[in-house]
Design a protein around this ligand. Structure first.
Ligand code: FCB
Length: 444
């Protein structure tokens, strides 16, 4: 056990993470309007078994007992997201008092139990009306988001210390508008590039809004991994460069250096698309941040195909999780060291974890040894990166509990707490107990 945490700074912090649509349910209660995920999940074939987040983990009704459970894990922080259509129905106009009240009570419960609230403003649930008005490819959506950020801060800014603007804009832009596997399910690369820029602009405008209000712990969360070539063949090397360009550098270069990478702009232009930059945008996007959230699950090895827009991901014969994602902890170390070298930013692991096949509860126990092994090897990988000089301040496990895993529905379970969707009973898995013990020992 001690080897897992050896090498981490003594003030390293621990937490668990969730997001609104994945756990809350109560999709049409107390004035909440629909988000793009409510609409998308009703599209035939979009989500496995036609599942939706209508009920999810029923967290909206079980929040106090869920917070008590979080506190019993001994974590320092709880990362959650707020539902835009719950707080500002239709994405415009005044705040819905009942919607904001839910989060106000959540924040109070957390503080009361000694857990720091870590708030993400956007984890993919755009109000449907804003999608109908053009969605993220439409520039105005960025301004709507900044207004929303201000409204949430008006209500919660006195009690929430840490603010993340967006979760994984790559997923919003690419899976939502290019690949069509996430809401809103469009398939147009040019729109995805417009969405990418407007998400970054939305982030920057919201960051400015929060900064002027005195927020001192401000960030964005990106999903990242390493992208290596399958061979020395220049075409494979180029495939890896492109994947890293569209996956990582297209976000971090603007955020940190205030410019898009030239090679990525050229790749985009070659595909007949463009990034719609207006004068002043890059200054807004590069508003200084305090912390970068890193979500890590796996790493990829790329082989070129005939189509420069598409690379083949080559399996390396490693064990995989239930998502089919290869388990690559040393990729986590390399990624963090590289981010430190190229961008020099303080980092927090805002998500890391794994889905494994569902296990029954036997005598109150769920023996998820695979997950314990996954978490252990990845926390060790973080410690190795810290030893190599990377500035990593904390680790938040994904996820507190099993939940609605987007296009996979409820079939993929990432929780360290098991949820029985028939009864909504929560059971701490072995991984939750292991994590709790790890936190206790790290403080000793
Ligand atoms: C991330 C998402 C999170 C969850 C995990 C497994 O991309 O941010 O909501 O789905 O993957």
């Amino acid at each position: 056990m001690s080897d897992v945490i050896a090498g981490l700074p003594s003030d390293f912090f621990w937490g668990v993470a969730t997001s609104a649509y994945q756990i809350e349910g109560a999709y049409d209660e107390d004035g909440r309007t629909l988000s793009i995920w409510d609409t998308f999940s009703r599209r035939p074939g979009a989500v496995e078994n036609g599942e939706t987040g209508d009920v999810a983990c029923d967290h909206y009704h079980r929040m106090p007992s869920d917070v008590a459970m979080i506190a019993r894990l001994g974590v320092d922080k709880y990362r959650f997201s707020v539902s835009w259509p719950r707080i500002q129905p239709c994405g415009r106009g005044p705040v819905n008092p009942k919607g904001i009240d839910f989060y106000s009570r959540l924040v109070d419960e957390l503080l009361d139990k000694g857990v720091d609230p870590w708030l993400t403003l956007y984890h993919w649930d755009l109000p449907q009306e804003l999608e109908d008005a053009g969605g993220w490819p439409h520039r105005d959506t960025a301004y709507r988001f900044a207004e929303f950020a201000g409204l949430v801060h008006d209500a919660l800014g006195d009690r929430v210390p840490t603010w993340t603007t967006l979760n994984e804009p790559w997923c919003s832009a690419m899976l939502g508008y290019d690949v069509g596997r996430h809401a809103p399910g469009r398939t147009n690369f040019a729109e995805a590039m417009r969405a990418t820029h407007h998400l970054l602009l939305a982030h920057g405008l919201a960051a400015q809004e929060l900064r002027t209000r005195g927020v001192t712990s401000l960030g964005i969360t990106l999903n990242m991994g390493t992208h290596s070539p399958a061979s020395d063949d220049p075409r494979d090397v180029d495939a890896a460069r492109r994947a890293d360009g569209l996956g990582t550098r297209i976000y971090l270069d603007p955020l940190v250096h205030g410019r898009y990478p030239e090679d990525v702009l050229a790749d985009i232009a070659a595909r007949g698309a463009a990034i719609p930059v207006h004068p002043g945008d890059m200054e807004i996007i590069s508003t200084p941040l305090d912390v970068f959230g890193v979500n890590y699950y796996t790493s990829h090895v790329h082989k070129a195909t005939g189509d420069p827009a598409v690379s083949e991901v080559v399996p390396q014969g490693r064990p995989v999780t239930a998502m089919g994602w290869e388990i690559v902890p040393e990729g986590f170390t390399s990624l963090l060291v590289r981010l430190h070298q190229d961008y020099g930013v303080p980092m927090v692991i805002t998500e890391n974890g794994a889905a494994f096949d569902d296990l029954d509860v036997v005598d109150g126990h769920v023996a998820d040894t695979d997950r314990v092994e996954y978490l252990k090897s990845h926390i060790e990988a973080v410690a190795a990166a810290v030893q190599a000089g990377a500035d990593v301040r904390g680790y938040l496990a994904w996820s507190l509990m099993d939940n609605f895993e987007w296009g996979y529905g409820y079939g993929k379970r990432f929780g360290i707490v098991r949820v029985d969707y028939e009864t909504q009973e929560r059971t701490l898995k072995q991984s939750a107990r292991w994590f709790r013990d790890l936190i206790t020992r790290s403080r000793a």
